[in-house]
Design a binder for this molecule. Structure first.
Ligand SMILES: Cc1cc2nc3c(=O)[nH]c(=O)nc-3n(C[C@H](O)[C@H](O)[C@H](O)COP(=O)(O)OP(=O)(O)OC[C@H]3O[C@@H](n4cnc5c(N)ncnc54)[C@H](O)[C@@H]3O)c2cc1C
Length: 635
C-alpha cells in the first residue's frame, strides 16, 4: 500500500500546492514521504538478500527487496572462484565434518561453532538447489558439479563456473526470485532503520533517481547489505561496499562483534594505479599458480605455520601434484589461509624483494612446463583473469607473471546474530551475508562467503517470516521521521557555510588514514592516532555539504553515507586496539603472538544510551563436546 504524506522538515505541516512556486532550496527541503507496507523487508539484493527474500516469500508473507543499484548488480556478481560445499564430487574423502573443521581452523577457533556446523551441513543442499533452479556449473567427466582447490580447504571443494561464479549465482537467484511475489525497489538507499520502542518496525530511505523519501513499514527487516571494503584506499570491493548496513544496525541498537577482523586478500592488482586493488582470484593458485619474489624464489615455502605443517607440501613437485588432483599429495603453501599469505607477501615487499610496482609475482604461465596446451587451459579455467590482465594491464597471463599485492577484501565481523534464526540482538531485525558476523571467526576461507549467503540467507528469510507472522505491524511516530529527514537534507543547507566540507574529500582522507593506520599490520600508537583522527572525521562528516538537487546527486549520497563509513571505521579501530594479540586477519606488531586469554573472547561493540561506542570483551560460547571431538579427530 502506498500513501503520500507531505511535510516541511522545519516543523510546519503543509501541502506544497498551497504554496505555488517554491524557491529551489525550499523545494529541495520539502520532505514528502511515500509510505509502503510489507511483512518482511530485505535491505540488499546480493546473494544473501535474494536468497532470504525467496525463502520469506515461499513462507507466504509479503516481501520487498531494496537494491541500492539495479537488480542483478549487487557486489556478489563479482565473486569469482566458487562456492564451498562438501559435495565430495572430486574427492570422496570430503564431508561436512572436514568442511566444519577447516572453517574452524581457518577462523582460528573464534567462529560461532553452531554457525560453522549449520554452514558445513547445509551448504551441499543449497548448492544442489541452485543447480535445480538452473545454475550452470562446470562439470566433472561424469557430469557432476566440478569442484576446485582453494586456500585452507583440505579437499577440492569449490563448485564453480570458470571464474564467474558470482554472476551465475546472482543470475539464478534473480531468475527464481522474479517468479515469486516479491516487490523490488531498485536504486533506493536506506538511511535509517525505524523503531517502535525496542523493536525495528521498518526503514527510511530515498530513491536515487528523484531523491524522494520512502518510508517502509515492515514487521521484520533483514539486513543483507554486504561489506565495507570501500572505507580503505586499496580494495577489491565494489563502490557499494561502504559498511552501511552494519552501521544502520549499530545505530538501531544491535551488537557488533569481531570488527577487528578485516581480511586483506593476498592477491590484488598493483599496476596500473587506476586498477590497484582489483581482485585476482585464489583460483589462480588453485590451478597451480605460484608466488615468487624478485629473485624468483617461491618464498611461501619459508614460513609454514605450525597449525598447517601436517597438511602442507614441503617441495614444489608435491604442491603441483596436489593442484592436479593427486590425492596423496599435500597442498602447496600458496594455498595456506589468506591472512598468512598476505603477511608473507607484505614481508617480501617490506624487505626489498618485491616487484617494480610494489607487489610480488604470481605466475600461472609456468605450467607450460607441465601441460602441453597450457595457454588454452589457462584461458578456459580463468577467462576473467586472462581478460582482466590483458585489457587493464597489457599482460598476457599465459606468457608472463602478474604483479600482485594485498587488497582489502572482506570483513569477518559485523552484526551479531543468533546462529539458527539470524535474528540480531534487536527484535525484528535479522542479518545475513557479509554484514553478519560469527561464521568465519578471525579469518574467512575463500568460497565460504557464497555458501554463507545461501545457507544463512535462507535461514534469515525463513525465520523473519515466522517472526512476521507472529507480530502485529508497528507504528512510527512523526518525530522520528522528521528527525531523519532533517538530517538527510542537511548537506544542502550547508552548501555555502564557511565550514562546508567536500564529501568526496572527507571520504578519500578517511580511506587514506584507514589504509595507513588500521591496515594489514597494526600497532597501538597508530591505532590511537586513527581513533583520534576518526573523531575528527565524524566532525568533518557533519559539515559535508552538497549543491545541486535531489535527483541522482552523488555528492549528496556520499555526504549521507559518510556517517556510516565513519561509524564502521571507528568500530574497526576500537576493536583492533582492544585485541592485544595477533590472530587471523588481525595482526599486531606489538603483540605478534596468540594469547590464551583472547582465544576465549569476542570483542563486542554497542552504542550506549548517551550515543557512545562501547567496547567489551565477551566470552565466546563453549563449543559442544561432539563438535570439539570432530576437531580433535581431524587434527
Ligand atoms: C572480486 C571479489 C571476488 C570474490 N569471490 C568470491 C568467491 O569466489 N567465493 C566466495 O565465497 N566469496 C567471494 N567474494 C566475497 C563475496 O563475493 C561477498 O562476500 C558476498 O558476495 C557478499 O554478499 P552479500 O549478499 O552479503 O552482499 P552484497 O552482494 O554486497 O550485496 C549487498 C546489497 O546491499 C545493497 N545495499 C548496501 N547498502 C545499502 C543501503 N544503505 N540501502 C539499500 N541497499 C543497500 C547493495 O546495493 C547490494 O544490493 C569475492 C569478493 C570480491 C570483491
Amino acid at each position: 500500500m502506498v500513501q503520500f504524506v507531505w511535510r516541511d522538515v522545519r516543523g510546519l505541516v503543509r501541502a506544497p500546492m498551497f504554496y505555488g512556486y517554491l524557491d529551489r532550496l525550499e523545494d529541495i527541503l520539502m520532505a514528502s514521504y511515500e509510505t509502503y507496507h510489507h511483512d518482511v523487508l530485505v535491505i540488499g539484493s546480493g546473494g544473501a538478500g535474494l536468497r532470504a527474500a525467496i525463502e520469506a516469500s515461499v513462507a507466504g508473507v509479503s516481501v520487498a527487496v531494496i537494491c541500492r543499484s539495479l537488480l542483478g548488480k549487487a557486489h556478489t556478481v563479482m565473486a569469482e572462484g566458487g562456492v564451498a560445499a562438501a559435495l565430495a564430487n572430486v574427492d570422496d574423502r570430503d564431508s561436512w565434518k572436514v568442511h566444519f573443521t577447516d572453517t574452524m581452523r581457518g577462523g582460528q577457533y573464534l567462529n560461532n561453532w553452531r554457525m560453522a556446523e549449520l554452514h558445513a551441513k547445509e551448504a551441499p543442499d543449497r548448492v544442489r538447489e541452485l543447480e535445480a533452479w538452473g545454475a550452470v556449473f562446470d562439470r566433472t567427466d561424469d557430469g557432476k558439479i566440478l569442484q576446485r582447490n582453494f586456500g585452507g580447504h583440505k579437499y577440492p571443494r569449490l563448485a564453480h563456473v570458470g571464474d564467474r561464479t558470482g554472476l551465475e549465482l546472482i543470475r539464478t537467484l534473480q531468475d527464481y526470485a522474479i517468479h515469486q511475489k516479491i516487490d523490488v525497489y531498485q536504486e533506493h538507499t536506506i538511511v535509517s532503520l525505524l523503531k517502535e520502542g525496542e523493536k525495528v518496525v521498518g526503514a527510511f530511505g530515498y530513491d536515487r533517481e528523484k531523491g524522494l523519501f520512502k518510508v517502509f513499514h515492515a514487521k521484520a527487516v533483514i539486513m543483507a547489505t554486504g561489506g565495507m571494503g570501500k572505507i580503505y584506499k586499496i580494495s577489491s570491493n565494489s563502490g557499494d561496499c561502504t559498511g552501511g548496513g552494519i552501521s544502520l544496525a549499530y545505530h538501531a541498537g544491535a551488537e557488533l562483534i569481531d570488527m577487528e577482523f578485516v581480511q586483506f586478500h593476498p592477491t590484488g592488482m598493483v599496476w596500473p594505479p587506476s586498477v590497484r586493488g582489483l581482485l585476482i582470484t585464489e583460483g589462480v593458485r588453485g590451478e597451480g599458480g605460484v608466488l615468487r619474489n624478485k629473485q624468483g624464489r617461491r618464498f611461501m615455502f619459508d614460513d609454514i605455520p605450525e597449525l598447517y605443517k601436517g597438511q602442507t607440501s614441503t617441495d614444489e613437485e608435491e604442491g603441483w601434484r596436489y593442484t592436479q588432483g593427486d590425492k596423496n599429495a599435500k597442498r602447496p603453501p600458496e594455498l595456506l589461509t589468506r591472512d598468512h599469505v598476505a603477511r608473507c607477501i607484505t614481508r617480501e615487499i617490506k624487505e626489498g624483494r618485491g616487484s617494480p610496482h610494489g607487489g610480488v609475482y604470481l605466475d600461472i604461465a609456468w605450467i607450460k612446463e607441465k601441460i602441453s596446451n597450457a595457454s588454452e587451459h589457462i584461458k578456459r579455467k580463468l577467462p576473467s583473469m586472462y581478460h582482466q590482465f590483458k585489457e587493464l594491464a597489457g599482460v598476457d597471463i599465459t606468457k608472463e607473471p602478474m604483479e600482485v599485492g594485498p587488497t582489502t577484501h572482506y570483513i569477518m565481523g559485523g552484526v551479531r546474530v543468533d546462529a539458527d534464526t539470524q535474528m540480531t540482538t534487536v527484535p525484528g531485525l535479522f542479518a545475513a551475508g557479509e554484514c553478519a558476523a560469527g561464521l568465519h571467526g578471525a579469518n574467512r576461507l575463500g568460497g565460504n562467503s557464497l555458501s554463507d549467503l545461501l545457507v544463512f540467507g535462507k535461514r534469515a528469510g525463513e525465520h523473519a517470516a515466522v517472526y512476521a507472522k507472529g507480530t502485529k505491524a508497528g507504528s512510527v511516530d512523526d518525530k522520528q521521521l522528521e528527525e531523519i529527514a532533517t538530517w538527510v537534507l542537511s548537506p544542502f543547507e550547508r552548501e555555502s557555510t564557511p565550514t562546508a566540507e567536500n564529501p568526496f574529500q572527507v571520504q578519500s582522507d578517511l580511506q587514506e588514514e584507514m589504509q595507513k593506520l588500521v591496515g594489514i599490520v597494526r600497532v597501538e600508537s597508530e591505532l590511537n592516532e586513527a581513533i583520534e583522527k576518526i573523531k575528527a572525521f565524524r566532525e568533518r562528516a557533519g559539515h559535508a555539504a552538497c549543491g545541486g538537487n535531489r535527483g541522482f546527486n552523488p555528492g549528496w549520497h556520499t555526504a549521507i553515507e559518510l556517517k556510516h563509513m565513519v561509524t564502521v571505521a571507528e568500530a574497526i579501530a576500537l576493536a583492533a586496539r582492544e585485541r592485544k594479540e595477533s590472530r587471523g586477519g588481525h595482526f599486531r606488531e606489538d603483540y605478534p603472538g596468540k594469547s590464551e586469554v583472547f582465544a576465549k573472547i569476542n570483542v563486542s561493540i554497542q552504542k550506549d544510551a548517551a550515543g557512545n561506542m562501547v567496547v567489551k570483551q565477551v566470552p565466546k560460547l563453549k563449543i559442544r563436546e561432539d563438535l570439539q571431538q570432530i576437531i580433535d579427530e581431524m587434527k
